[in-house]
Unconditional design. Structure first.
Length: 197
């Protein structure tokens, strides 16, 4: 497949896929902003049928695109399939082996790290740790379609007054194909309110 140049053009890949698997007459193909790999594209026809097609770019095969999945879009413009990945922020004590040992080893180093663990239990674990004197602040988590995106920052806090969150361990109820972690610059937190035990 890597020798077929048309596979390097995602619009051509979507067109051929749609004509073979969805409908013969295509009226539009639109790429959704904010996604690159995997890439999401809307494809529709004059009869009002719209599908969201998920593509993956394979750099190790000459940059060709392949279709991973498609979902019909309903009238509310949302996918009819359940695509959200459930997740929870857990303590190390709640994690099963070998996750707890893996996480504990990283945390004891007491330095900033971004690590992930994909196990045999159809779950993905992401561990974020901070440098000494800083605390992890998760700003946003998005998880859908085998893709996980996390935004966070390390905050410098008064440990004596507020304590510290030296790590965050997140458990996702799916195997992740793509993980994007964005770290913002460290922030200093100054709170002049009186201490409230």
């Amino acid at each position: 497949m890597s020798q077929e140049d048309w596979r390097k053009d995602y619009t051509e890949v979507v067109k051929r896929y749609a004509e073979k698997n969805l409908f013969s007459e295509i009226s539009f193909i639109n790429s959704l902003d904010g996604f690159y790999n995997p890439k999401y594209v809307l494809v529709g026809n004059d009869n009002g049928l719209v599908y969201r097609v998920q593509l993956v770019k394979h750099y190790n095969y000459g940059g060709i695109w392949t279709v991973r999945d498609h979902a019909e879009i309903n009238e509310a413009n949302s996918a009819t399939q359940n695509e959200i990945i459930e997740y929870a922020i857990i303590d190390i004590e709640e994690a099963e082996e070998p996750i707890s040992s893996w996480a504990q080893e990283i945390i004891t180093k007491d330095k900033a790290a971004e690590e992930y663990f994909i196990g045999d239990s159809s779950k993905t674990y992401i561990l974020l740790t901070s440098d000494p004197g800083e605390s992890i602040e998760v700003m946003e988590i998005k998880a859908a379609d085998s893709s996980i995106s996390i935004q966070y920052a390390n905050t410098i806090v008064d440990e004596e007054m507020y304590g510290r969150q030296p790590y965050v361990l997140i458990q996702f109820d799916s195997l992740a194909m793509d993980i994007i972690i964005r770290k913002y610059a460290s922030r200093t937190t100054k709170d002049i309110r009186p201490f409230m035990p």
